[in-house]
Design a protein. Structure first.
Length: 196
């Protein structure tokens, strides 16, 4: 049994916990303090409001410990706002949050909440079947740097990337019944459990 944490400060926390609970051999746990990072094999940064989550991470003393754990090899996955939190550059802003991933991200790239949409596409690295994607005030990746792998793009916009044990998606897999992305991330976490 491996433990995967969900940063539980704001956003779609319960939805991620529910998706993880459907995976065999995985126990989902909430992360609200640095001590909660001990014993987990991976961490999910949920969708929500990136500015709010970023501030709360600092207020709760979590930002530094998360960066340290990821640099030690712990897998991390950011969905929507989580992608923004992980980026080394936020387009048009003079700040970053965790600054972990070699990507430049544009916030609210698809417009307001009224512009939310969903579709199904194939992402062969993650699943042999089509995966439903939900976009809500979603970012996209404007540029990648270094050894970032593009997992999915739509209309020439990058929407899913991986760099080593870091995963980031513009969309919200937790808002669908499909758990392919959660399974993919759990497999990354199982690997860390074996070697970490």
């Amino acid at each position: 049994m491996i433990h995967i944490g969900v940063l539980a400060l704001q956003g779609s926390v319960v939805e991620h916990l529910n998706s993880l609970s459907r995976l065999k051999g995985v126990k989902a746990v909430t992360v609200k303090s640095p001590s909660d990072l001990e014993g987990i094999s991976g961490l999910i940064l949920p969708g929500g409001e990136s500015t709010t989550i970023g501030k709360l991470m600092k207020d709760f003393g979590l930002a530094g410990p998360i960066v340290r754990k990821v640099k030690e090899g712990m897998p991390i996955w950011g969905t929507c706002a989580g992608m923004i939190l992980m980026a080394k550059e936020v387009v048009g802003e003079n700040y970053t949050h965790l600054g972990l991933m070699d990507i430049s991200v544009k916030r609210n790239a698809y417009g307001s909440q009224l512009d939310s949409f969903s579709l199904t596409i194939g992402i062969p690295q993650v699943s042999p079947d089509g995966i439903p994607l939900v976009f809500i005030r979603a970012p996209w990746v404007e540029r990648i740097h270094g050894n970032v792998e593009i997992l999915a793009a739509m209309n020439n916009r990058i929407i899913a990337v991986q760099q080593n044990r870091m995963l980031a998606t513009s969309f919200h897999p937790e808002l669908t019944e499909n758990i392919a992305f959660h399974r993919y991330f759990a497999d990354m976490a199982k690997d860390f459990f074996k070697v970490g």
